[in-house]
Design a protein around this ligand. Structure first.
Ligand SMILES: *Cc1c(COP(=O)(O)O)cnc(C)c1O
Length: 365
């Protein structure tokens, strides 16, 4: 049996370091509900990302649901279909209607120039996604939001550690959501966070993730349970020490892929945006006009034990559960990319020989 190459592989801190980090939990017996490690992780992440305020969650999706809920949105939310299921579900599960805007063909983020045509008297917010760590056109989105009185929530699940002109990805919009799932650049096993400028949101968010219970014991909102445990926070404290190292190892992987795939007609690797320091979360290529299609390449890799991922595919406006409210025909650029994009294996431990082998299979020579 050939060695299997996964599309992603979680970064793990040294085992002894994690054991040291959780050892005192056996003394304190404080397992969850905003314990000491949770508080330390909040501070450490705020420092790392340059955020003003933070609330930690048990996963990114519940963080996103909390963000939509805390801003008291109504009616319609303009968003992108080129994303993970979570983004659209967070809107719909809050009783709101997603309105799908098309994307840019180059960086795969929402086409800011197409947003205003979708604004109606029912629109209350814009929910864009920093796809693969590419940042949205945050200035244009900010202008449109201010002019039309809309809130902005960024799905920044892919953008941990990304900076532009020295400014961190956590400072844009009213709220940004980060995922700390095991497959992300920085993880807490399962986990997530919201960063935000308005300090008064902190208390409301911390109440929402704890059933809507306030410090006084009063229950003022229909909340849910989305608290991060001390074991998750301990994993985060360990992994954060290696986050920069993780990103530079991923950068080396991306550069090796580049030497084989950049400049090949019909294969378009993603380019890092101007002024942006990427986190190299993914290595997507768009296969468009190459001798083999995306699906053929995906299959050829699979036959060699290599998992690549059609990511994002299908578009969320093409999901069965959204058939009644949307169609991918309304977002032709996103539909074109979703049919041709392939995320290649990307993780810190991916060795040069394997990268060379993957590229040889793709290039078919
Ligand atoms: C991972 C991810 C989420 C959800 O985060 P979880 O921590 O897995 O709940 C949301 N949006 C995008 C774009 C993601 O990649």
């Amino acid at each position: 049996m050939e060695r299997q190459i996964p599309v992603t592989c979680p970064s793990m801190p040294p085992l002894e370091e994690y054991i040291d980090e959780i050892r005192d939990i056996w003394e304190s017996k404080w397992l969850t509900n905003s314990g000491g490690k949770h508080k330390r992780l909040e501070t450490a992440i705020v420092d790392f990302m340059g955020a003003s305020n933070i609330a930690l969650f048990t996963n990114g999706h519940m963080a996103l649901e909390a963000a939509v809920s805390v801003l008291g949105l109504k009616g319609e939310v303009i968003t992108t279909p080129f994303t993970f299921a979570s983004t659209t579900h967070a809107i719909v599960r809050n009783g709101l209607r997603p309105v799908f805007c098309d994307i840019n063909p180059e960086d795969f983020t929402i086409n800011a120039g197409a947003i205003e045509a979708l604004v109606t008297e029912n629109t209350s917010a814009i929910l864009p996604v920093h796809v693969y760590g590419n940042l949205c056109d945050v200035e244009a989105i900010d202008r449109i939001a201010k002019k039309n009185g809309l809130k902005v929530i960024y799905d920044a699940a892919h953008a941990f550690g990304v900076t532009r002109n020295g400014e961190g990805s956590a400072v844009f919009g009213d709220i940004s959501m980060f995922s700390f799932h095991a497959t992300k650049v920085f993880h807490t096993i399962e986990g997530g966070a919201l960063t935000f400028g308005a300090p008064e949101l902190a208390e409301k968010l911390n109440s929402l993730k704890n059933f809507g219970i306030e410090g006084s014991g009063k229950v003022t909102a229909v909340g849910f349970n989305a608290k991060m445990s001390e074991f998750q926070a301990a994993m985060g404290l360990c992994n954060l020490r290696y986050a920069n190292d993780e990103i530079s190892k991923r950068k080396a992987v991306a550069e090796r892929y580049d030497t084989h795939l950049r400049g090949i007609p019909g294969i378009r690797p993603m380019t890092v945006q101007k002024g942006v320091c990427s986190n190299y979360a993914y290595y997507p290529v768009v296969i468009d006009g190459f001798k083999n299609s995306r699906d053929v390449i995906h299959m050829k890799l699979k036959l060699e034990g290599i998992t690549a991922r059609k990511y994002f595919y299908p578009l969320t406006n093409d999901f069965e559960c959204y058939q009644d409210i949307s169609s991918k025909l309304q977002t032709p650029v996103a539909a074109h990319i979703a049919d041709r994009v392939l995320a290649l294996p990307m993780y810190a431990g991916l060795d040069t020989d394997t990268i060379d082998k993957i590229c040889a299979i793709i290039l078919d020579d």
